[in-house]
Design a protein around this ligand. Structure first.
Ligand code: C2O
Ligand code: CU
Length: 488
C-alpha cells in the first residue's frame, strides 16, 4: 500500500533529522580514522611556545643521535625477551613476558659515566619488542620508542642500545612496543647507576613494585621481602613504581630520609617519620634509613601492609597503618642552584589535559584531550637546542595522570601557584592529580623526538601522548607500517 501524503512528509522529515545528526557523526568518525602507517611528525600541529621554528634546510635523522660509536662499552648486557608462562619468586605461575627467563628482568648496574650496551634479542614475542630506559637521558637513537626512534624488534631479530649512564640514581627499563600490555605482563627491570666514588650504603635494595595478574609483588615476590641489615647499618631502599597508578611508601621502626627522586639526589634531605611518600607511576623514590642500634627491625611499607623488612636478629615487626600526612617534595630538603635560569625562558608551553566524547581511530569513547585537541591532532612541542623551556601542566580531566617526559628531567617550580621552597625537585615522572596545575622547567639539551605522555599506559594507548621535538630532527620510522609499531 502506497504511503499517504502525510506519512511521506513525516518520513522525509524524520530521515532529514536523522541525517542532520548522523552526517556530522559519520564525518567525525571518518575523520578520526588513522592511516595504516604514519609519522609521529605528520599528525598534530607545531606549537612553538612563542619561539621560532627555524628549519635550516638539512635535518638530522634520529638514528644519527647516538653515543660515541667508537667508544667501547664498559657494561655489556644481553637480554632475551620471551613470551612464556613463568613462575614468580612466590611460585605463582604468570602468563606473560620475561627477559633472560625472569620477570622482573635482570638488574643492570653501572657506575656513572660508563657506557652501557644492551643487546636485546626477541625470541618469540609476536608483536615485537623494544626497550626504553625510563629516566635515563639517553641519546635519542637509544630511546626505544617503536615507530619514533626505531622499529619494533620482530621475533628472531636483535637490536643494540648504547648510552652513557650520565647520572647516578635509580632507573628502570621497559618495553615501549604495545607497552600497556607488555609492561603489565612483565617486560621490565631495574637499572641502577652508582655514583663515582662509592658513597655506597651498607645495604642497598631495589624494590620494583608490580601488579602481575592477581599478584601484588616487590621484585617479583609476594608478601614481605626480608633483607639482612645489621644494627647501625645504613640502608637504601630504591622504590620503583612499574604500575599504572600511584603508590605510597612509609616506614615503621625508624626515621627515614628521601635521598633521591627519579634518579636525582635531593639536596639536604632531613629525617622524617609518620609521613607517607608518594611514588607516581614510572617514578622512583630512594629512602635511606639507619638501622636501630638495638637490633630492632625496620619495615618499609610499599603500597600496603607488606614491604621490605630490614633486620638481622629478627624480621618481625607489626605493620603500621599508612600515615595520613604525606611528604611533599615541593618543600622537602634545601634549595640549591638549578644550573639554569627558568625566568629566562625562551619557550612557554601549556599542557592542559581534559576529556571529551568523540572518536579515536573510529572507536567511540570519552577520550583525553591536550589543549582542547584529541589524538592524533595534538600539539607537537617544538624547541631548539639550548632553549630554556617552561611548561604549565594542568589537569581537569577527572583522573590523575603521571606525566613522563623522555630524554630530559624537569624541575618543578610551583604547584597551583605555590612556589617550590625545598630542594630542587627534578623529575621525569610527575603525578598530576585532577584539578592540579604544575609549573615546570627544563633546558632543551638533548636533541631528538621525545614522547611526553601519561605513564598510566592504558591512558597513553587512549591517546594521551604528545611529542617534544627539536627543530631539524626527523625520523624515518612510522607508527604502524610493516614493523607494526605501536609504542603505546
Ligand atoms: Cu616509562 Cu614512555 O615510558
Ligand atoms: Cu593518564
Amino acid at each position: 500500500m502506497a504511503p499517504t501524503r502525510t506519512r511521506r512528509v513525516r518520513l522525509a522529515v524524520a530521515s532529514g533529522a536523522a541525517m542532520a545528526v548522523l552526517a556530522p557523526i559519520a564525518w567525525f568518525w571518518q575523520d578520526s580514522l588513522l592511516p595504516d602507517a604514519y609519522s609521529a611528525m605528520e599528525h598534530g600541529y607545531a606549537d612553538t611556545g612563542g619561539g621560532h621554528a627555524v628549519h635550516s634546510g638539512h635535518g638530522r635523522d634520529v638514528t644519527t643521535l647516538t653515543a660515541d660509536p667508537g667508544r667501547p662499552a664498559d657494561v655489556s648486557v644481553r637480554l632475551t625477551a620471551r613470551r612464556e608462562r613463568f613462575r614468580l619468586a612466590s611460585g605463582r605461575a604468570v602468563d606473560g613476558y620475561t627477559l633472560n627467563g625472569t620477570s622482573p628482568g635482570p638488574t643492570i648496574r653501572a657506575t656513572v659515566g660508563q657506557l652501557v650496551e644492551v643487546r636485546l634479542a626477541n625470541e618469540n614475542v609476536a608483536d615485537g619488542v623494544t626497550l626504553h630506559w625510563h629516566g635515563v637521558d639517553v641519546p635519542n637513537a637509544a630511546d626505544g620508542v617503536a615507530g619514533v626512534t626505531q622499529d619494533a624488534v620482530a621475533a628472531g631479530r636483535e637490536h643494540t642500545y648504547r648510552f652513557v649512564a650520565d647520572r647516578a640514581g635509580t632507573f628502570w627499563y621497559h618495553s615501549h612496543q604495545v607497552s600497556h600490555e607488555q609492561v603489565a605482563k612483565g617486560l621490565f627491570g631495574a637499572l641502577l647507576v652508582d655514583p663515582a666514588p662509592s658513597a655506597a650504603a651498607d645495604v642497598d635494595v631495589v624494590a620494583l613494585t608490580h601488579l602481575y595478574p592477581g599478584a601484588r609483588t616487590i621484585g617479583g615476590r609476594e608478601g614481605d621481602v626480608p633483607v639482612e641489615a645489621a644494627p647501625g647499618a645504613r640502608a637504601r631502599v630504591r622504590i620503583v613504581n612499574t604500575d599504572n597508578g600511584p603508590t605510597q611508601a612509609w616506614v615503621a621502626g625508624a626515621e627515614f630520609r628521601v635521598v633521591a627522586i627519579d634518579g636525582a639526589d635531593v639536596n639536604a634531605p632531613t629525617p622524617v617519620r609518620d609521613l607517607a611518600v608518594p611514588v607516581t607511576s614510572g617514578g622512583r623514590a630512594d629512602l635511606a634509613v639507619t638501622m636501630p642500634a638495638d637490633g630492632a627491625p625496620v619495615r618499609i611499607h610499599i603500597g600496603g601492609p607488606t614491604g621490605i623488612v630490614l633486620g638481622q636478629r629478627t624480621h618481625t615487626i607489626t605493620p603500621l597503618p599508612r600515615p595520613a600526612a604525606t611528604l611533599d617534595p615541593l618543600g622537602y630538603g634545601s634549595p640549591a642552584p638549578l644550573g639554569f635560569d627558568p625566568t629566562a625562558a625562551t619557550r612557554r608551553f601549556r599542557y592542559d589535559i581534559g576529556r571529551r566524547p568523540g572518536f579515536l581511530d573510529g572507536r567511540p569513547g570519552y577520550w583525553w584531550t591536550v589543549n582542547g585537541h584529541a589524538y592524533p591532532d595534538l600539539p607537537m612541542f617544538t624547541v631548539a637546542e639550548g632553549d630554556v623551556v617552561r611548561m604549565r601542566i594542568s589537569n581537569h580531566s577527572g583522573e590523575v595522570h603521571p606525566m613522563h617526559l623522555h630524554g630530559h628531567h624537569f624541575v618543578v617550580l610551583a604547584r597551583d601557584g605555590k612556589p617550590a621552597t625545598g630542594s630542587p625537585w627534578w623529575v621525569d615522572s610527575l603525578n598530576v592529580a585532577d584539578g592540579e596545575e604544575y609549573d615546570v622547567a627544563f633546558v632543551a639539551d638533548n636533541p631528538g623526538i621525545w614522547m611526553d605522555h601519561c605513564h598510566n599506559l592504558p591512558h597513553a594507548a587512549e591517546g594521551l601522548v604528545v611529542h617534544l621535538t627539536y627543530v631539524n630532527v626527523t625520523t624515518p620510522f612510522r607508527i604502524g607500517g610493516t614493523a607494526a609499531n605501536e609504542p603505546e
